[in-house]
Design a protein around this ligand. Structure first.
Ligand code: HEM
Length: 441
C-alpha cells in the first residue's frame, strides 16, 4: 500500500489536483467512501480520510489505535527522490507533531506554556508593526502580490522576533524558508543550509544569554529539553506557523476581495474578517491534508483495512467539505470545523494564529480600502503539492497612498517596538511583557 503503484488511487499531486482539489475529493468519496487510496507522489501511497466522522475518530482516538510515529513507514520507502520529498515533510523528528503519549505531552506542554507567556496585546502590537512595515513597502505602487509581499513574510518576521532575534535577521529566515519550501534541488539544499545556520546561531546566542523570548523560555522550561529536542521544537514552530498562517491570510483575503458579501464589509460591515478566516479554515484549510497518522495494529476502519506502516492522512479539506446534514450550531468548533485539527494534536497555537491573521488583514484593509483582484479568483494559481492549500500569488491593485499624505498611514502608524524586549535575562521580567512563568516559582 505504501509504495506500490495503485492504479485507481487519487493523485494528490500535479496541476490538476492543484487547480481543483475538491473535484478530486468528490470523486474519491463517490468511489471509495470516507477512506480512499491516494498517491502523494508517484509511487508513494496513502489512505486519505475524507469523512468528517472518520477524521474525528482518528484525531480524537482514545483507544490507542493511532500513532504519530512515522518511523515504521519510513523504513518501507524506496530510495527515490519522491520518497525523499515525502520524508522531508513526514519524517520522524523528536517533536510534538511526531510523538505520542508521555513524550508528546512533555513537548506539547513546553510549547503551550511558552506560547502562554506571549501576551495577546503585545503580540497584536508586534503584528501591527510588522504588517505596517510590509504594507509601507508597496502601498505607493498601487499593486502588489499579497501572497509574496505580505502573507508569507508576516509569520516569519513575527516568529523571528518572538524567538528573540533582531528584525535584521528576518530576511535571512525568509529567504531560507522560501528556498526550502518553494524549490527543490539546489535551491532546496541552499535553503536547508541557511535555515540550519539560522537555528544554530539562534540557539547558540540564547544558550549564551537568555532573553524574554520563546527560545529562552523553551531552554529553561522544566521539561528539560535537550539541545536536539529544543531545535526540533523550534523547527516545528517555524514550519507549523509559516505555511499555515501565510495561507490562512492569503486564502481569507482572496475571499474578501472577490466576494460581495465581504467586499461590502470593507465599507459597511456585512461579513467580517473573522467570518472570512472561519470560511477559509473550513472550505480551504491551509493544512489541507497534512494530518499524518499510523495504526499500531491492523484495523478495519470505516470500510478499509489499514495496516501498521501504512501512511494515513487526515484530509482536513475533504472532511470539512463532506456534504453532511450536520447543522453548524451542532458543531463544537465555532465554524472552523477541523481547520485547526482536533484531539491531542490539535493546533496549540490557534488563538495566536487567529490573532496574527486577523490583525494583519485588518491593517491591510484599513490602509488600502479598495483592494481588488487583478484576475478573477477562479484564475488564481495555487501551489502544487499534496499537503497544503496555498496560493502561489495573490495579485491585487488599489489606490496608491503616499508617505506624505495626511492621516494614519503604514508609515505613520508604527507603534513602539515593545513586543520582545531583548536586554533582560530569563527569569527576570521586562516591564509588562510577562506576568508569570508557571515554572519559575
Ligand atoms: C502561530 C502560528 C502557528 C503555530 C506556532 C502552530 C503550531 C502548531 C504545532 C506546534 C502543532 C503540533 C501540535 C501537536 O502535535 O501536539 C500544530 C498542529 C496543527 N496546526 Fe498549527 N500552528 C500555527 C498556525 C496554524 C494555522 C494557521 C493552522 C490552520 C490554518 C494550523 C493548523 C494545525 C493543524 C490542523 C494541526 C494538527 C496537525 C495534526 O493533527 O497532525 N496551525 N500547530
Amino acid at each position: 500500500m505504501t509504495t506500490r503503484y495503485i492504479p485507481d488511487a487519487g493523485r494528490l499531486y500535479g496541476p490538476e489536483f492543484a487547480r481543483d482539489p475538491q473535484a478530486v475529493y468528490a470523486e474519491l468519496r463517490r468511489r471509495y467512501g470516507p477512506v480512499a487510496p491516494v498517491e502523494i507522489a508517484p509511487g508513494i501511497g496513502a489512505h486519505l480520510v475524507l469523512g468528517y466522522q472518520a477524521a474525528v475518530d482518528v484525531l480524537t482516538d482514545a483507544g490507542g489505535t493511532w500513532s504519530k510515529d512515522s518511523r515504521a513507514w519510513m523504513a518501507t520507502l524506496p530510495e527515490t527522490p519522491e520518497a525523499a520529498g515525502a520524508v522531508g515533510m513526514l519524517g520522524y523528528r523528536s517533536n510534538a507533531l511526531f510523538s505520542d503519549g508521555a513524550e508528546h505531552a512533555r513537548y506539547r506542554k513546553a510549547i503551550i506554556d511558552c506560547f502562554g507567556m506571549v501576551q495577546p496585546h503585545k503580540l497584536r502590537q508586534l503584528v501591527i508593526e510588522v504588517a505596517d512595515s510590509l504594507i509601507a513597502r508597496f502601498a505607493a505602487n498601487g499593486e502588489a502580490d499579497l501572497a509574496g509581499d505580505f502573507a508569507r513574510p508576516i509569520p516569519l518576521k513575527i516568529f523571528n522576533r518572538l524567538f528573540g532575534r533582531p528584525d535584521s535577521d528576518s530576511d535571512a529566515l525568509i529567504s531560507a524558508l522560501s528556498d526550502l519550501m518553494e524549490a527543490d534541488g539546489e535551491a532546496g539544499a541552499r535553503g536547508l543550509d541557511a535555515f540550519s545556520r539560522y537555528l544554530g546561531e539562534l540557539v547558540a546566542a540564547k544558550y549564551a544569554e537568555r532573553g524574554d523570548d520563546l527560545t529562552s523560555w523553551l531552554i529553561d522550561h522544566p521539561a528539560g529539553l535537550t539541545q536536539e529536542e529544543l531545535i526540533w521544537q523550534l523547527v516545528l514552530v517555524v514550519a507549523a506557523s509559516y505555511e499555515p498562517t501565510a495561507s490562512l491570510i492569503s486564502n481569507a483575503v482572496s475571499r474578501m476581495v472577490s466576494d460581495d458579501r465581504y467586499y461590502s464589509s470593507l465599507t459597511n460591515g456585512a461579513l467580517s474578517t473573522y467570518d472570512a478566516l472561519l470560511e477559509a479554515l473550513r472550505a480551504e484549510p491551509a493544512m489541507a491534508n497534512y494530518g499524518p497518522y499510523f495504526v499500531r495494529q491492523p484495523v478495519h476502519f470505516h470500510g478499509t483495512w489499514i495496516r501498521p506502516a501504512e501512511l494515513v492522512l487526515v484530509s482536513y479539506a475533504g472532511a470539512n467539505t463532506e456534504p453532511t446534514n450536520v447543522p453548524d450550531e451542532l458543531r463544537s468548533d465555532g465554524g472552523a470545523y477541523l481547520g485547526f485539527g482536533a484531539g491531542p494534536h490539535r493546533c496549540p497555537a490557534s488563538d495566536p494564529a487567529m490573532l496574527i491573521a486577523m490583525t494583519a488583514i485588518e491593517r491591510l484593509t484599513s490602509h488600502l480600502c479598495d483592494l481588488e483582484l487583478t484576475v478573477p479568483r477562479e484564475e488564481l494559481s495555487w501551489r502544487p503539492g499534496p499537503f497544503h492549500r496555498s496560493l502561489a500569488h495573490l495579485p491585487v491593485r488599489f489606490t496608491p497612498i503616499r508617505p506624505d499624505q495626511p492621516g494614519e498611514s503604514p508609515w505613520a502608524a508604527q507603534p513602539p517596538s515593545s513586543s520582545i524586549p531583548s536586554a533582560e535575562t530569563f527569569p527576570a521580567r521586562s516591564a509588562g511583557y510577562v506576568t508569570s512563568a508557571p515554572w519559575s516559582s
